[in-house]
Design a protein around this ligand. Structure first.
Ligand code: MN
Length: 262
């Protein structure tokens, strides 16, 4: 049997399961707010064209609109000033080979319960590697936090007077992952890949700055990370093929072998 025949059998027998890591796109999905001097992203909106009525008796369909960075979404390198010149860094030019890749899931749920601003450290990553092995080149690193349970509530953006409060990578982690581990990207559960307070770091927005500066990707607003094993799953993450798109909402799927220890 070929590898793909084995995979087809495993999917049919559900020994390989498909897990949906995506929140549903709807108008109440929260979008990030920027300081007032900057232009803001639009929320997701549906405009019904027809619904089996005088506007179209046999068909239902909608127009939809949203920013590229809405809901569960993919960040392309050209999203950030440090990645703007990569010829293969936009949604239409990224190699499709990179849109299917293994995932390493680092669980920080307990630490985030105690501290909403928890920052994943290199020490956390090295501790994870002692148990699960070195992060393979070309993998996603996903920071599991439990944050997705806050979706559709104010506690998701968790904005206070000094901005958003949500977990993310510590300042030196994105460079470590990009340069020392050659990951394909970094994924998180909150609204963006950087922590809510990352604007105030000595080097602000380290994930955007350094991952995209290294031609790496981001995934944010992921859910169901508790259904993934620490290693052994494969993510399918194709963004929409928008001409020079900086990202797009993404139906993020994971292939998981049943019986792998969660
Ligand atoms: Mn984004």
């Amino acid at each position: 049997m070929t590898i793909l025949q084995q995979l087809a059998n495993a999917l049919a027998q559900r020994t390989v399961e498909v897990v949906d890591l995506t929140h549903t796109l709807e108008s109440r999905i929260p979008v990030i707010g920027l300081p007032p001097q900057y232009r803001q992203t639009a929320p997701f909106a549906l405009d019904e064209i027809s619904n089996f009525d005088e506007r179209g008796p046999s068909w239902y369909w909608n127009n939809f609109s949203c920013g590229e960075h809405t809901g569960t979404h993919f960040d392309a390198p050209v999203h950030w000033i440090t990645g703007k010149d990569y010829p293969d860094g936009a949604t239409d030019t990224i190699s499709v080979q990179k849109m299917i890749a293994p995932a390493c899931v680092i669980d920080t749920t307990d630490r985030v319960k105690e501290n909403e601003d928890y920052l994943l450290t290199i020490a956390d990553i090295e501790e994870w590697e002692e148990k699960h092995g070195r992060i393979p080149a070309g993998s996603w690193v996903l920071m599991r936090t439990g944050w997705s349970s806050r979706q559709y509530t104010d506690a998701f953006l968790n904005v206070r007077e000094d901005g958003g409060h949500s977990p993310g990578p510590a300042m030196d982690v994105p460079t470590f992952l990009a340069k020392e581990r050659d990951v394909v990207g970094f994924g998180t559960e909150p609204v963006g890949t950087d922590a809510g307070q990352a604007y105030a770091f000595a080097k602000p927005f380290p994930c955007h700055q350094n991952m995209h500066g290294s031609n790496k990707f981001g995934l944010s607003s992921l859910t169901n990370l508790d259904l993934l094993p620490p290693t052994g799953s494969i993510l399918i993450t194709p963004p929409l093929k928008i001409k020079r798109g900086s990202g797009s909402p993404c139906r993020v799927l994971a292939l998981v072998e049943r019986g792998l220890q969660l």
